[in-house]
Design a protein around this ligand. Structure first.
Ligand SMILES: [Zn+2]
Ligand SMILES: [Zn+2]
Ligand SMILES: [Zn+2]
Ligand SMILES: [Zn+2]
Length: 382
């Protein structure tokens, strides 16, 4: 079933190396605009609006994850979008500020050649800047790179996904360039690379997770197994939660309460320590990929049960495919003195059957888990 875990690390694009992050090169990348794979059934403005504040979500990352044994998924990419509003990240769980889409194409399709594109050095004519339009001619929003069916009423040269992005672009400078944008600019076929709505752009490099070297593992393997089982069993977690907090108010004895709390906290520490060990082996990991494998949790709290993960529209179950780690936050320039965009881990589940008809973009499921308060303090004290 699942092969080993693969880790994603970020790499700054080399100057002039932006072409590697565009659609013909099937990139895995963070930030900037999406490098769309298929050109039909792209998620529209409504699907991309935040479930909480209803503002357009920004493109967070995409992962090129073909399935070698599936001719219909010779090319396959997962796209994650995230709201830019920090207040939308207060609650854990599904929906809300995040969403994920899956798209796939067979090897023979009407967009990309059957043979892989030439690699370094930069092939002549490879576009470095993100495109203004899809090859089909459909316009993309010049702010966010998502489908842009609206255009500026005055010049008709600038396209937008939403009134919000039209207003943002007007303030950023379209006010001055509107009307001056000529057919020449339009034919340049590229748009300014960056704006404050977009997350910074990086390439994601994928490498296998090094198997743990037995020599420097001080942990008794049996012990570790026990801890792993704990993190996997949501029912047990549920019981722990119940003994740890829900019943507190009804405990007659303070001592019992304290004991229960201590037990809850030590279980909590165990889950968090497991997480830390996995991360310490490669502290730069921003994502972990293992389709059909196991996620690692940052906390014993707020782990979804099977019923919390909805089946795919085709009726099949969804399975774990990858998770985004908190390390990614360090690369997003989202730190601020007040509230900022935050998560412990974001876990993506996709259709076990990898269904797909007509090359559409299909929405999959993403779950946000936060650090628990106790693991946060453990970390501070360690
Ligand atoms: Zn929001
Ligand atoms: Zn937009
Ligand atoms: Zn205009
Ligand atoms: Zn499905």
């Amino acid at each position: 079933m699942a092969a080993g875990v693969e880790l994603g690390l970020v790499a700054a694009a080399e100057p002039g190396g932006g072409w590697r992050l565009r659609s013909p090169y099937f990139p895995s990348k963070v930030g900037g605009r999406p490098a769309w794979l298929g050109e039909v059934g792209l998620p529209g403005t409504a699907a991309l609006r935040c479930g909480l504040c209803h503002q357009p979500r920004a493109f967070l990352l995409q992962l090129y994850a073909p399935l070698p044994d599936r001719p219909d998924a010779f090319h396959r990419t997962l796209f994650v979008f995230a709201c830019r509003n920090a207040a939308c990240y207060r609650l854990p769980g599904p929906r809300g500020p995040l969403c994920v889409f899956r798209n796939q194409l067979p090897r023979r399709n009407n967009i990309y050649p059957e043979e892989p594109p030439p690699e370094d050095p930069s092939p002549p004519g490879a576009a470095s800047a993100p495109p203004r339009r899809l090859r089909s001619g459909a316009a993309l929003c010049c702010v966010c790179g998502c489908p842009g069916p609206r255009s500026c009423e005055i010049c008709r040269c600038a396209n937008y996904c939403s009134p919000e992005h039209q207003a943002l672009d007007w303030r950023r400078g379209h006010r001055r360039s509107c009307g001056l944008l000529s057919a020449i600019d339009e034919s340049a076929d590229a748009i300014p690379e960056h704006n404050e709505f977009l997350f910074p752009e990086y390439e994601i490099l994928i490498e296998p997770e090094e198997p743990e070297c037995p020599a420097d593992s001080s942990v008794d393997p049996d012990d570790e197994q026990g801890a792993a089982d704990t993190s996997k069993d949501p029912k047990e977690q549920e019981e722990l939660r119940a003994t740890g907090s829900a019943d507190e108010a009804f405990q007659s004895s303070d001592e019992e309460t304290l004991e229960a709390m201590a037990k809850h906290e030590s279980e909590e520490d165990k889950v968090f320590q497991m997480f830390k060990e996995q991360v310490d082996a490669e502290p730069e990991q921003i994502l972990r990929y293992c389709r059909g494998g196991e996620q690692i949790w940052v906390s014993g709290e707020n782990i979804p049960e099977e019923k919390d993960i909805p089946n795919c529209v085709c009726g099949a179950k969804r399975i774990f495919e990858f998770q985004i780690m908190p390390q990614l936050l360090n690369h997003l320039q989202v730190d601020s003195l007040g509230e900022s965009i935050d998560w412990g881990t974001l876990v993506v589940y996709t259709c076990a059957d990898n269904c797909g008809e007509g090359d559409q973009y299909l929405e999959e499921f993403i779950w946000k888990q936060d650090f628990s308060a106790s693991s946060f303090f453990t970390e501070l004290l360690s």
